[in-house]
Write a protein of this length. Structure first.
Ligand code: ADP
Length: 246
């Protein structure tokens, strides 16, 4: 369903992604792990076209784009791609002046052109799904970090994405709030949502991942089932990385 070929991105002379090849099947959960600075966030941002790759191709469902240095895709193409993916950010990125409900409704009204009534009904349903029906009228500052992140997940789901992207969704949270967010993500996995998740939560990764991708210095060093990568890594770099975590 998602096909990434020879994807490259440079910031000036710094090549951050050095030729990424990755396929994600519909309904699969892919967890991306690797040391800080290896390009994990940048890869997610490329899939969502928050960064425009320098080279390579990206296909999501029936839409494909090829990238070439100095030749950016048009705004229409970018928007069409963004509608296929929902992104959940490390720092939630909720609008502070909007309630939880308004945050979840916003993209549905602006991007999807839903009527306010339709967007409200769907948003209340999604807030219920993440356990926050009672907090619809609360503002972000009135919510815990875990609750804000669950609003972030409901918001990303609102546009009906084909793919959900999570960029370290629990790393800004106090430890006691991590579980409630991971539980929501696990429920989405059980429902068959296609997801790519960058995380340092290895126990969670082993529970939820159909595939684990280990990135190092802008390349995919190794990928496979969680048992293969976490318990029987083929590469020395993967072994080193995992040993530093335990
Ligand atoms: P990870 O998510 O694995 O920690 P990142 O994707 O955040 O890694 O970063 C990979 C590299 O890209 C780092 O060296 C980082 O400094 C660089 N980088 C990320 N975003 C930018 C940017 N907007 N401008 C310049 N360099 C960037």
């Amino acid at each position: 369903m998602i096909e990434i070929n020879d994807l490259r991105l440079s910031f000036g002379s710094n090549e951050v992604l050095k030729g990424i090849d990755l396929s994600i099947e519909k309904g699969q959960v892919t967890v991306i792990i690797g040391p800080s600075g290896s390009g994990k966030t940048t890869l997610l941002r490329c899939i969502n076209l928050l960064e425009i790759p320098t080279e390579g191709t990206l296909r999501i469902g029936d839409s494909a784009l090829s990238f070439r240095e100095g030749n950016k895709p048009g705004r229409g193409d970018i928007l069409a791609f963004r509608r296929k993916t929902g992104m959940v950010f490390q720092s939630y990125n909720l609008f502070p002046h909007m309630t939880a409900l308004q945050n979840v409704m916003e993209a549905q009204v602006i991007v999807q052109k839903k009527s306010r009534a339709e967007a409200k009904a769907r948003s209340l349903e999604l807030l219920g799904k993440v356990g926050l029906a009672a907090k619809a009228d609360s503002y972000p500052h009135q919510l815990s970090g875990g609750q804000q992140q669950r609003v972030g997940i409901a918001r990303a789901m609102g546009i009906g994405p084909e793919l959900l992207l999570f960029d370290e969704p629990t790393s800004a949270l106090d430890p006691e709030l991590v579980g409630e967010v991971l539980k929501v993500i696990k429920e989405l996995a059980v429902e068959g949502m296609t997801m790519a998740i960058v995380t340092h939560e290895m126990k969670f990764a082993s529970q939820v991942a159909d595939r684990i991708v280990f990135m190092d210095e802008g390349i995919i060093m190794e990928q496979g089932s969680s048992n293969e990568v976490l318990n029987h890594p083929a590469q020395e770099r993967t072994r080193q990385f995992l040993s530093l975590l335990s």
